[in-house]
Design a protein around this ligand. Structure first.
Ligand SMILES: O=P(O)(O)OC[C@H]1O[C@](O)(COP(=O)(O)O)[C@@H](O)[C@@H]1O
Ligand SMILES: [Mg+2]
Ligand SMILES: [Mg+2]
Length: 367
């Protein structure tokens, strides 16, 4: 059978036969894929899918909750609670964990998701997606508690996202590589079109919301400044920049052609350390990126090592091609040791001896 003919169902069955996943997890992944197919059908209707695109509520994040956020959340809940694989779910759109209704078949897993990532793109007909992560439920089957979801990213059993673009794709890891499936709309089946995705180790493309530059910490400012200086700067290479405003689409691009994505720590909202949520944005994406040979860090620790404190916790995110993430981590280390990070200011364009030496002294490759 050619690779292009392998369906998601066959792929999951094969993983089950090889002992990589059990029957319950297989059923859960099928349910998530089914939910994403339903969401793809709904969002393909564009603004016709909901009566209006105006925010109705403020969610637990303090962000405007649009009708399409509510609708996609309901599709995820209703489809996945029937899988027989779940004890409960956490969603970006719900303040508390969701317990299965009485009588629903129960299982030993927890599902965590962002039903619509990049919701500001919806009314623009630009790409957005759904992010999900699967955790093991604790053995004791008592009342479902938020604490049950507070597991390190390394404990994820599976993670992935659906991208609703011109084509709908499901990108998945079961802990052994990353595989991309494209929805065949004629049959409603996901087909394996991108097996074993690997992130290029080096890149000259980065993605960051540069309008936040004044709120960043010095290591991030130095990194971006060096990229922007291009061939004339210490990196000696011209970089390209992208910003789609949907993490799903940024990570998808990075899986296909390398790159760096970050939503770093900033001082824009001093009370929060980052914009993206750990459990259902940063952790699943970090698992995918690591499984594809890339790296994912806050700048100070690997995202997958963070022990969550609350279910809607936010963290800084820097992920993608390994060499670039490692460079940013080194810049954070230099800064945290109290050593100066010197900038060439655009106004005076000064190149200090320290900066020229610093690159060589740290062994940073000047390309
Ligand atoms: O362009 P901005 O406003 O900085 O925000 C973009 C970021 O916000 C997000 O859309 C947040 O996700 P939600 O749409 O789920 O709130 C990320 O996907 C993206 O990286
Ligand atoms: Mg999101
Ligand atoms: Mg969202």
């Amino acid at each position: 059978m050619s690779v292009r003919c392998t369906s998601l169902g066959q792929f999951i069955k094969e993983a089950q036969n090889q002992g990589c996943i059990d029957e319950e997890l297989a059923a859960l992944i099928e349910s998530v894929a089914h939910a994403c197919t339903s969401i793809a059908t709904v969002v393909a209707q564009g603004t016709l899918a909901t009566t209006d695109g105006v925010a109705t509520e403020i969610n637990v994040q303090g962000e405007a909750q649009k009708p399409i956020d509510v609708l996609t959340n309901a599709i995820m809940l209703e489809t996945c609670e029937r899988s027989g694989a779940l004890r409960g779910m956490v969603s970006e759109e719900m303040a508390e964990p969701y317990s299965l209704p009485p009588g629903s078949p129960r299982g030993r897993h927890l599902l965590v998701f962002d039903p619509l990532d990049g919701s500001s793109n919806v009314e623009l007909n630009m790409p957005f997606g759904t992010i999900f992560s699967v955790l093991r439920a604790p053995e004791d089957a008592g009342e479902l508690l938020p604490a049950h979801f507070l597991q390190r990213g390394r404990q994820q059993l599976a993670a992935g996202f659906a991208l609703y673009g011109a084509a709908t794709m499901l990108v998945l890891t079961l802990g052994a590589g990353v595989h991309g499936f494209t929805l065949d709309r004629t049959t409603g089946t996901f087909l394996l079109t991108h097996p074993d995705l690997r992130i290029a180790e080096t890149t000259c493309e980065f993605a960051v919301n540069a309008s936040n530059e004044r709120f960043w910490e010095p290591p991030v400012r130095r990194y971006v400044e060096e990229c922007i200086e291009g061939r004339a700067g210490p990196r000696r290479i011209d970089f390209n920049m992208r910003w789609i405003a949907a993490m799903v689409a940024e990570v998808h691009r990075i899986l296909l052609r390398g790159g760096l994505f970050m939503y770093p720590r900033d001082r824009k909202v001093p009370a929060r350390p980052g914009r993206l949520r750990l459990l259902y944005e940063a952790s699943p994406m970090a698992m995918l990126v690591e499984q594809a040979g890339g790296a994912a860090s806050t700048g100070r620790e690997p995202i997958l090592d963070i022990v969550p404190e609350v279910i809607h916790q936010r963290v800084p995110v820097i992920l993608g091609s390994r060499e670039e993430v490692e460079r940013l981590v080194r810049y954070h280390e230099i800064f945290d040791r109290g050593e100066a990070l010197v900038f060439r200011t655009p106004l005076f364009n000064t190149r200090t001896l320290f900066q020229a030496d610093a690159n060589e002294a740290e062994g940073l490759p000047c390309r």
